[in-house]
Design a protein around this ligand. Structure first.
Ligand SMILES: NC(=O)c1ccc[n+]([C@@H]2O[C@H](COP(=O)([O-])OP(=O)(O)OC[C@H]3O[C@@H](n4cnc5c(N)ncnc54)[C@H](OP(=O)(O)O)[C@@H]3O)[C@@H](O)[C@H]2O)c1
Length: 285
């Protein structure tokens, strides 16, 4: 249970949007930040699962499927109708998806759901982030970034074989690269961005993937994973800390800054190239 006593109102006066708030660490983070005084807006893919979370935080649910970029555009419109300023954007929706499938927009799903959709959402909400004067974007990444490989000429795995976990790792590497791109491009707007690995959390993670689901649903799960509240804790700590320029563009492994990163996460050509190509793909350039 979240402690709702006035002494823990660390988030009072702050407006937060949490994606992937219908389940797992996103739902836990949303509930906790609301209990600590924030106005929390929540979005998820499943209306049924999001409803109780929205009721707990006291705002209307925002349904969007990140496999449909038009849903993301509509979501950004709904958020901008509701809020003038956004203090914290928690880009947390994501997961592992079968890479042989395609999204409604024709993209490899690990690429679109983990990177392209939050890239679009964050860009569309830049005015609200900038208007806050100083704001924070938290991208939920993963230690899986170490297994990723960004090929700028083949973001959709059309010319190489896609294997599920490395494709997920590539999406999570993109979360770090995007974090760095925001730090380089938007610091003049007062926007600070960080990426975070929450740890191996025993959530619903892997439910869209036969292989990962098997690992996460096996009886061994309880030995290898941490609880959902433990997994949400680093996100909550970062949101409470707020926009600290000292950590702008950096990747946390749970509470520790500068976690282990893929070499590509520091490559300026990848940081710029991913931004430019993503912007072109979603019609922002
Ligand atoms: N669990 C781990 O071990 C672990 C480790 C490292 C990183 N992470 C990252 O942590 C984040 C949260 O994961 P979790 O562990 O809390 O997993 P989870 O319980 O499966 O929650 C995932 C959330 O993402 C949402 N989502 C998935 N696909 C979506 C789509 N197409 N459109 C919109 N929303 C979508 C889900 O919405 P619905 O429920 O409405 O479908 C749900 O709210 C993810 O980005 C994941 O990659 C997890």
């Amino acid at each position: 249970m979240s402690d709702q006593s006035p002494t823990t109102q660390t988030m009072a006066g702050r407006t937060v949007l949490v994606t992937g708030a219908s389940d797992g660490i996103g739902a836990e983070t949303a509930r906790t930040l609301a209990a600590r005084g924030a106005t929390v807006h929540v979005t998820g893919r499943s209306a049924e699962k999001l409803r109780p979370v929205a009721e707990a935080v006291g705002t209307e649910p925002l349904i969007a499927d990140f496999a449909k970029l038009d849903d993301v555009r509509r979501l950004a419109e709904q958020v901008s109708e509701r809020v003038e300023t956004l203090d914290v954007l928690l880009n947390n929706a994501g997961g592992t998806f079968k890479p042989t499938k395609r999204t409604h927009d024709g993209h490899e799903p690990n690429f679109q759901i983990n990177h392209l959709a939050p890239f679009l959402l964050t860009n569309l909400l830049r005015p609200q982030l900038a208007k806050a004067g100083s704001s924070l974007v938290v991208n939920t990444s993963s230690i899986g970034n170490l297994m990723g490989k960004i090929v700028l000429e083949d973001l959709d795995y059309e010319h190489r074989r896609a294997i599920e976990f490395p494709a997920y790792g590539t999406g999570k590497l993109m979360n770090i690269v995007f974090t760095r791109g925001i730090a380089q491009r938007w610091s003049g707007d007062g926007v600070v961005s960080v990426a975070v690995h929450p740890g191996p959390v025993g959530s619903s993670f892997g439910r869209d993937s036969w292989l990962v689901g098997l690992l996460y649903r096996s009886p061994l799960k309880r030995f290898g994973t941490i609880s959902v509240p433990d997994g949400a804790a680093p996100l909550i700590v970062l949101a409470e800390r707020g926009p600290d320029p000292e950590v702008n563009g950096r990747y946390f492994s749970r509470f520790k800054v500068d976690g282990r990163e893929n070499r590509q996460a520091h490559d300026p050509a990848v940081i710029d190239g991913l931004w430019e190509r993503s912007a072109a793909l979603v019609g922002l350039s």
